[in-house]
Design a binder for this molecule. Structure first.
Ligand SMILES: [Zn+2]
Length: 196
């Protein structure tokens, strides 16, 4: 019923993260009915493939390698914040609360998904952490089991690196009511209580 090239496009779109079969069909039909949209998308994808580079130092992405954060003269080179993906780096940068360096792991260790420590950008982190100028490595990984497992592995790898290893505080999100929090979050928020 569906012409083969269109079906193949739908299949390709549906394999993208967060896109289901129905949305893929809607997008493919929209593109078919709007050739200018398809052309624009084609050009933009090509530009991304040709111009966007992955930083060989921190695995951030940008127009240059090393990236603008690694080459910045104003950022604090004594601190490295370890994140799972570039989108986490963007979120922290948007907060404006961190002025140090980053290290993008490219995922977390997850046995269920077949991701082991060697599939991640971990060796590079160890060599960066061992450099004289680094005092602190901040683990800004998710609070999931995979995130915690990854943090544990990094702790083992960095035990002789001579750096302070810290993790982000866990607890109450901004604007949240106590009765909406799950038991795990309440328990961590109580453990992390501070004097007022
Ligand atoms: Zn970089």
């Amino acid at each position: 019923m569906i012409p083969l090239p269109l079906e193949q496009l739908i299949k390709e779109l549906a394999s993208l993260p967060g896109v289901g079969k129905r949305s893929a069909q809607r997008v493919a039909l929209h593109m078919l009915q709007n050739p200018e949209c398809m052309k624009a998308l084609e050009g933009k994808m090509q530009a991304v493939a040709q111009e966007v580079k992955t930083c060989t130092k921190c695995a951030n992405i940008g127009l240059d390698d090393p990236c603008h954060i690694c080459t910045s003269v104003t950022r604090d080179k004594t601190r490295i914040c370890v994140v799972e993906g570039v989108d986490d780096l963007w979120a922290i940068e948007r907060s404006g609360a961190f002025t140090g360096m980053y290290h993008v792991l490219g995922g977390v260790v997850d046995a269920m998904q077949g991701v082991g420590p060697n599939d991640l950008n971990m060796d590079n982190l160890v060599s960066r952490a061992c450099s004289d100028s680094v005092d602190e490595v901040i683990l800004a990984l998710g609070a999931s089991v995979a995130g915690q497992t990854t943090a544990h592995i990094i702790k083992g790898r960095l035990k002789d690196a001579g750096v302070n290893l810290t993790v982000l505080a866990r607890g109450m999100p901004m604007g949240a009511d106590v009765d909406y929090l799950d038991e795990g979050t309440i328990s961590l928020a109580l453990q992390g209580r501070q004097a007022v």
